[in-house]
Design a protein around this ligand. Sequence first.
Ligand SMILES: C[S@@+](CC[C@H](N)C(=O)[O-])C[C@H]1O[C@@H](n2cnc3c(N)ncnc32)[C@H](O)[C@@H]1O
Length: 438
Amino acid sequence: MPETETIHIDSLAYGGWGVGRINSKVVFVGYAVPGDVLKIEISDEHKNYAFGRIVEITEPSPKRIKAVCPHFGVCGGCGYLNMPYEEEIYWKTEIFKNEFKKNFTPIEIKISSAGEDYLNYRQKIGLKIYPPHIGFYKKLTHRVTDIEYCYLAKESINGMLKELRSLLSKKPWKDAVLNSLSSITLTDAGLKNIIFGVKNNPPELNNFSKEVMKSKTADNIFFEFPDKKIVTAQNTLKRSNDYFTVKDKKFSYDLPTFIQVNKKQNENIINAVTEYLKNITAQTGHNFLNALDLYCGYGNITLFLSRFAANITGVESSGFSVKLGEKNLALNGIDNIKFIKSDVADFVSAANIKRNKKTYDLLVLDPPRAGVKGLVPKIAELCPEYVIYVSCDTMTLLRDLKVFVETGYIVEKINLVDMFPRTFHLEHIAFLKMSPNK
Ligand SMILES: C[S@@+](CC[C@H](N)C(=O)[O-])C[C@H]1O[C@@H](n2cnc3c(N)ncnc32)[C@H](O)[C@@H]1O
């Protein structure tokens, strides 16, 4: 029997860890709820802090509830299914404010809760394959736990998963197909797309894809190879003229590109950005001249900048996304946006060289989780008066904001958007203004 210790959980910390103390040392405990009294074993000890694992819940917190999902505690996806959603919203805001005040003076921080829609919201899930397992990584490991139904995914996506599992269990491809895959991504933002992460490409995979299309489980199937090359599975591209809507805009989604996972909360990001721009342009009495949207994807945010700026440039490295972005401009009859396929670092370096020819007065950036480490000074050299930084990672956002402040920007306010309910992840929108002294 491992040695156990008793701990009282007082709060939650970044990453969703319950926090308590043993002999004044801070201990982080997974799946703990503030108010719990627990018997834990120490799993990882450091000089000033330790990590612990729950052995027994001696006195459950009055806030503790039974998790709706049988995989909770094993699957690495959800962290907060054991507390009411309002509690999660409270702690997400507190955790962010605590992290923020470590380096910045407090400012207005608001959160958009998902309200009633805190389950079955994901329009995209990425499943890992480790034959015979199809599921998600177990918490903090690369071992796959089988998932039959994901409570975060839309019902239609769970339907796709069920159908795929049933088709995969059939001969003649049963083992060959599963052994040839590393992942399966399922999306439904209006069109049902499947992206098979392919390790090798046996003939059975093509036959299986035809069977999937015949069963109407998907509208489109793509294969993504280890070198990240994506191809359309033979003869499967369907309904490429369909579109989905975000607020009043139409978006085509027939190619495998990045997509915000939560439709309703994506609209809240757009609302926050457009509300802010409406106020600024009302205050100044004029629109922006040149806006730049870095990491623009297929134009999810870019298209909404159209009515606030004379000219807008969207920069994106994925050719698929740029192609879709152009299609989306045509769908919406927008003619003041130009998409450029480029790495952001290359684009910003080139823009700095040509700076006297063209300046940007508004800059939006929405980078991947890793943020823009090292690039901030170059972005700041473009001297946009306003910067809107959309980020899905608290730590990289705060790291980058520190550099923005050092280079002459003021963080005016931050909106948190609970894009990923029941997990510790959050979406953030930071609104920055150039300091009068810059
Ligand atoms: C978080 S997504 C945001 C996309 C878009 N703003 C939206 O709301 O859908 C980040 C985007 O950056 C693109 N990207 C990643 N690395 C990049 C790079 N180095 N240069 C340009 N684009 C990049 C990805 O393809 C992806 O479309």
